[in-house]
Write a protein that binds this ligand. Sequence first.
Ligand SMILES: [Zn+2]
Length: 356
Amino acid sequence: MVSEMKQKYVKSTISEEGKPPNLVPDGGDLLYAVLGVTANNALDTIGQVDQNDPSSQDKALKKALSKAISLTLNGRLLTLEDTPMRSRYHSAMDCMKYVFQNGQVLWSRLCGQRTCLICSKLHTSKMLRSYTPEFDKMVDPQFVVLTYGRLPHVSEIGYEGLQFTFEALRKDLTNVIRRCKRKLGRQVNAIGTFECAIDPYKQNPFHPHFNLIVDGYESAKMIKQEWIKEHNVGGQENISPDAQYIRSADKGSLKELFKYVTKMLGKNDFDAVCYDAVQRAIANKRTVFTFGSIRAHRIKSSNEEMFVADWLPNQTEVFKYTPKVFDWTDPKRNRLTGFNPNQDEIDLIKSLKYKK
Ligand SMILES: [Zn+2]
C-alpha cells in the first residue's frame, strides 16, 4: 500500500514556475507518517499537539468545509492554461490530500499557498497571535482605510501593469508614513495589510487598498491627509477624499485587518481571470507591513498540521480526501470527519460566493 500511495504522490509532482509545491512526501515520509510514533522527530512533534483542545472534531469539520471550497476554487484557477501560477494551484489542490492517524493523533501535510483556504486560515490565526501583543501596547489604535480608485481589467492594463501599480502603491504608502513621521516629529506606529477587492462586472474590476491600524488619532489623520495629497497633486482628483476613512479600532479590528489578507470569497461572482491576475501580482510579495516600533512576534510555522482525533477509535490508519463525499475516507470507506454540508454550504462550495 505504501508503494502504491507513493506512486500516486509522485504522479502529482509538478515542475512549473513559482514556489515549489510542497506536497510530495517521499516514501520515508509516508512511513514516518504511518509508523511515526516510533520515530524520534515524530514523537517531538506529537508532543506539541494541544491535548486540551476540546473541539478537535469541530476543527476537523471546519477543515473539511475549507477543503471542499478550496478544491473548487483552485480547480477553477487551473482552467486557466497560461498562468505561471499553475504549480501553486495544483499544490493547493493537494493540500491535506492524505490524513494519517497514529493512535489519537492526526497528521497531514500543508501546502502553504495563498489560494488554499485551509492554509490561509492558519496563516490568519498565526498573524493574529503574532501581532496581538503589539496591538495591546497601542494607546489609541485607529483603523484606517486608504483606497486608490479602480483599475482596468488585465486585458487593458496587463499583468505587469497591475503588478507595477500594486508595487507603486506600496511605495506611496512608505513615502506617506515617512512624511508623517517628519511632520509630526515622532515615530508613526502602524500595522498595514494590502488587499485588492474584485468586482468582475465592473469595467474597472480591481479595487486595491490598504487597511491599517495606526496608534493615535493625530497620526491616523495625517496619514489620511498625506495619502490624499500624494495622489491628488496639482489640483487633480485621482482619488476620492471621501473614500479614505478612519475609525476607532478595537480588538476585532486586528482580526479584520488580517482577514483582508486572506479574504478569498465575497458576494461577487468568482472570476478566475481576475483572481489569478491578483495572485500573480502579489506572488512573492509581502502583503503585511509594519511601521515604527511595531515588530511581529515570532511564531513557528510548520508545513504540517496535527490535531487530536478524540472521536475516532485508537488505530493506525490512512485517510484520503474523497471529493464526492466532501470528506476523507479510509480504504474501507469510513469517513474521517463526518462532514455533511448543508444546502448553504453546498451552494458556497459550488458557486464560490456568499449569498447577497
Ligand atoms: Zn494548504
